[in-house]
Write a protein that binds this ligand. Sequence first.
Ligand code: FES
Length: 344
Amino acid sequence: MFHPLTVARAEPAAEDAVALTLAVPPPLRAAFRHVPGQHLTFRHGALRRTYSIASPAGAGHVTVGIRHLPGGAFSGGAARELAPGDTVHVLPPRGRFTLPPRPGHFAAVAGGSGITPVLSMAATLLAAEPSARFTLLRSDRSAASAMFLDEVADLKDRHPGRFQSLHALTREERGAGLAPGRLDEHRLRALLPALLRCADVAGWYLCGPPGLIDAARGALRALGVPRERVRTELFHAGATPPAPGGAPRPGGAAGTLTATLDGRRASWPVAADETLLTAVLRNRPDAPWACRGGVCGTCRARLTEGRVAMARNFALEESEVAAGYVLACQSRPLTERVELDFDA
Ligand code: FES
C-alpha cells in the first residue's frame, strides 16, 4: 500500500537530475528498510513511476535519484517542483536486483542513472562487510550529466583499497583516464580483465540502458563468467514508457483467472486480448504494478495453472521464468483456466 512520505531534501544529483530524500517516520522504518538495489514506486495522479534507492540501507531515510527526462510525465514535471515539506505517495521498497551484504568481491557496470542502485549496493556492502570489495565501471555522456559523482568519490576516500572505480565518458574528452567512446562489448572484453580478476568476482551487477547491458553480458560470457553470477536491471533511456502489454497474440483464450494476492484467493473472468494484470486490477485495485511495460518487475507473479503468452520481459531472469514466474502486465491467457500467485 502507498504511504505518504515527506520530502526532506531535494538536491541536484547532476545537471539534469535530482536526489530526492524522503524522511521515513519511525512507525514506517521496518516497511521501508530496503535491500541495496531495490526501488520505490511513486504515485502521482494516475501515474506510477519507479526510482532506485541510492542511499545505503538502514539510513533512516531514503534517497532516490530522478533524471529529468524531457517530456517525462513525472520526472520532467512534478519531480522538478518537489521541495522540502512536500508529500509524496510511495510504495515500500521492492525489486530483486539486490546485493545483500556478504563477504566477497563484487563488481558493477553502470550506465547513466543505472549508478543509483549500484551506489546503494557499494556503500552498504563496504560499510557492513570489512572484508568485501567493490569494483565499479560506470559510463556517462559527460561529467556534468553523471549522477552522484561526489558520493562515489566519498566511497573512494572512505574505503581506499576496497573500492575501485573507473569512469568512461561517451561524449567528452578528458585530460586523463579512459578515452571517450561507448563501452561496447569489444572494449569491455579488454577493460574488465585489466581492472580485476573476473573469475574472483562473486557477483556482477549490470544496470543501465539496453545497449550497455547487452554489451556487458556478451563480454562477461566471452570472459567465461558463469551466467548465474550476473544480475541485470534495465534502465530506460527514453522519456516514453513502453506500450502496455505489447500486441495481443493470436490464439489467446478467454476464460477464468484465479489470483492469490496478500493471502486472498479469488476468480474472475479474463478476456483473450487483455493482460492478466488488467483483469486482476478490475477486481483487486491493490494489485502491484508500476511501469506496465515489462521493465520494473513489480507485477511479478507465479503461474500455477495454465499457460500464458508473455509479450516482453526485461525484468525476470531466465531462472525465474523457468521457475514459472511471469509478468502479469505482459501476460495474456492461452488456456481457459489460468492461475497466478502474487505472494509466491
Ligand atoms: S508493471 Fe512493471 S513489469 Fe509489469
